[in-house]
Design a protein around this ligand. Structure first.
Ligand code: F6P
Length: 623
């Protein structure tokens, strides 16, 4: 039975999931649990995949249920209250012309979102002829915008140093550390710095787990775990010296893939509260009503987006086919280009994709994304990101096996888009587009002729004077993010890169991912934690007998060794399921049609005992 149901929902949100019940994968935080909705993700066809991902995304807007474990949700009073409190503090910073700064910081997708948001709100200020007040930090620096850099996430010292650098001379800083899983040491280091200098900083942590589920394993070479930092911050909540904004949004559709719902929720939470802060800046009081008004526009965006489910499924199917031998190129206009890059980059760490497989390009390249370090094109072949770079470096080798996706709004240069589409069509007929229009705007017939496969989104005109244009921009970005998350994750599921709803072929490039690998191994095989760690190490080092020297290495040491290996987790899974040496497991994985097929056939080996926890929905790892 539903809880309070205070608000009339724009979309029909699903009933509270089984994951909320006590005992469901108890030792795992929500962000790492496997979502009961997507248990059969790997067996689904494109239409089913879109439906499942749509339902998972809808959980973001689900209200808390008084009859189940008490998780705070997006619409919970405590969450709205915290958003309002933070907005008021941002408002103060906006009024401080000299010493005020809002810093947004994150790792991976969370860092890219920090950049996107900082740019949006500086643009909003620019429109009012005011100086920029926002800046971003991402672990690994600007190169992480287009190339996945997971290991810098593990360093709390560098996190703190980076924060000190950007805040030099500032006296009034709102620091927003984003870690969806409440897990990144980089962010822990920054929050710790803020809490040691509360006269300057207001620390805010944004994520999607309760504090009691924050990561608690020791951070190597540092004094606290993430959870200890979060607990210290929680203690500051009452005195308003620090805040934690952490509604539960349910487990990810692909377990642990926090770029998906975690990223979307981050965008919704921060854009809403910052917009309200700006509104308040023009002397409108911060109220729950203001927050709700904006939150509901995101719910609407979910409805508008998934009303195109059939076409999204077709795009996913085409992408999966192209990825067999070819590539997916995403060419976006304006900030939609950055959203495309965000989706493309994460395919590497999540699915072991080569950087050439899915690539994003944006009009104007680095000039348009306004990153701190400027043009990074010279760093290597994966760094040129403008449309000109695409035409010059990539288009000549594009063929029928490749797919090209154009993403734009009808306010963009349609002539340019048509020209580029015509050039692409000379190379491949697999050209599709996502176009965003405002009610009353129509795609020109000539463009429709050039690109017959169009996912056309029409957004209602918003009569919210001041922030209306920004809300529309945010809706379009989120809608594009939802489509691209769905298309890329679904395409890789169809390519056999997912088993049940576990990512099973990811790169082990930081400590979180090492623990995730061990946890997935336990959940798939039902074996003990100790045995799983042993076999994971055998797979990393390619040795059946582990020397004392290897056993004594730190997690960072294991991560360093794993970074140069591929298929570490699939080999470990097959080795455990078949009770065979890792060498044999590797040759089985290598000769299988897909990673999923290798696991599935190993599960069905005659005489293999089913693990106690296998398929039961219970969990493995404890932290
Ligand atoms: O470690 C890689 C990664 O999982 C990315 O995929 C993700 O975007 C990033 O970490 C950030 O995670 P979080 O926001 O939970 O710290």
């Amino acid at each position: 039975m539903r809880g309070t149901r205070k608000y009339q929902h724009v979309i029909e949100t699903p009933d509270p999931g089984k994951w909320e019940l006590a005992g469901y994968e108890e030792s795992l935080p929500i962000s790492e649990k496997s979502n009961p909705i997507t248990r059969e993700l790997d067996k689904s066809d494109p239409s089913q995949l879109v439906q499942l991902l749509r339902d998972c995304d809808a959980e973001i807007f689900q209200e808390e249920d008084a009859n189940l474990i008490h998780y705070h949700r997006l619409y919970s009073e405590s969450v709205l209250q915290t958003m309002g409190d933070i907005a008021k503090r941002v408002q103060e910073v906006l009024k401080d012309p000299e010493g005020g700064l809002v810093v947004l910081s994150g790792c991976g997708t969370s860092g890219r979102l920090a950049l996107l948001l900082a740019n949006s709100f500086n643009l909003l200020l620019k429109g009012q002829h005011r100086a920029p007040r926002y800046c971003y930090i991402m672990s690994g620096g600007d190169r992480s915008i287009v190339s996945a850099q997971e290991s810098p996430e593990d360093d709390p010292h560098v996190g703190a140093q980076e924060l000190e650098k950007v805040c030099e001379g500032k006296k009034n800083v709102v620091f927003v550390g984003i870690s969806c899983g409440l897990s990144a040491p980089f962010i822990a280091g920054q929050l710790d710095l803020c809490m040691r200098h509360l006269d300057v900083y207001l620390p805010v942590l944004v994520g999607c787990n309760p504090v009691s589920m924050a990561r608690n394993d020791p951070i190597e070479g540092w004094h606290s775990s993430f959870r200890q930092v979060a607990e210290r911050l929680q203690a500051l909540h009452e005195s308003h010296k620090g805040f934690i904004l952490n509604p539960a949004v349910g487990p990810e559709a692909v377990s642990g893939s926090s770029r998906m719902k975690g990223g979307s929720a981050t965008k919704i939470l921060l854009e809403t509260l910052l917009l309200v802060a700006h509104k308040a800046d023009s002397n409108v009081p911060v109220t729950e009503k203001c927050l709700l008004e904006i939150l509901r526009t995101y719910e609407r965006a979910h409805k508008v987006t998934y009303s195109q489910s059939k076409k999204i499924a077709a795009l996913m199917k085409q992408t999966a086919t192209s990825l067999q031998k070819g590539h997916l190129y995403i060419l976006g206009w304006g900030t939609l280009g950055l959203v495309g890059i965000m989706a493309a980059v994460e395919c590497g760490p999540t699915f072991q994709a080569d950087w050439r497989d899915v690539r994003g390009f944006v009009t104007g390249g680095y000039d348009s994304i306004e990153n701190k370090e400027g043009d990074l094109s010279s760093l290597g072949p994966e760094f040129p990101i403008s449309h000109e770079d695409f035409v010059r470096n990539v288009l000549p080798s594009v063929s029928e096996t490749d797919a090209v996706l154009l993403i734009f709004t009808l306010d963009d240069e349609l002539n340019q888009i048509e020209k580029l589409a015509a050039l692409v069509k000379e190379k491949t007929s697999n050209i599709q587009c996502i176009s965003h229009a405002t009610a009353g705007q129509y795609l020109p017939n000539s463009l429709k002729k050039t690109i017959p496969s169009i996912i056309g989104m029409t957004w209602p005109i918003l009569f919210l004077e001041y922030e209306g244009t920004f809300i529309q921009k945010f809706q379009r970005e989120l809608s594009t993010k939802w489509i691209l998350d769905t298309v890329t994750s679904g395409a890789y599921a169809l390519r056999g890169k997912i088993f049940r709803n576990f990512m099973v072929d990811f790169k082990i490039t930081n400590s979180k991912l090492f623990h995730r690998a061990a946890s997935v191994l336990q959940r798939v095989t039902g074996q003990s934690q100790q045995r799983c760690t042993e076999v994971l190490l055998q797979s990393i080092y390619g040795e059946q007998t582990l020397s004392e020297q290897i056993r004594n290495r730190t997690i960072a040491g294991h991560v360093g060794a794993a970074a140069s290996q591929d298929k570490v987790l699939p080999v470990a899974i097959v080795s455990l399921l078949r009770n065979c040496a890792v060498q044999e497991a590797r040759s089985r994985v290598d000769s299988s049609a897909s990673i999923r097929a290798a696991i599935e056939s190993s599960l069905n080996v005659p005489g293999r005992k089913r693990g106690a926890e296998e398929g039961s929905g219970s969990e493995g790892r404890s932290r």
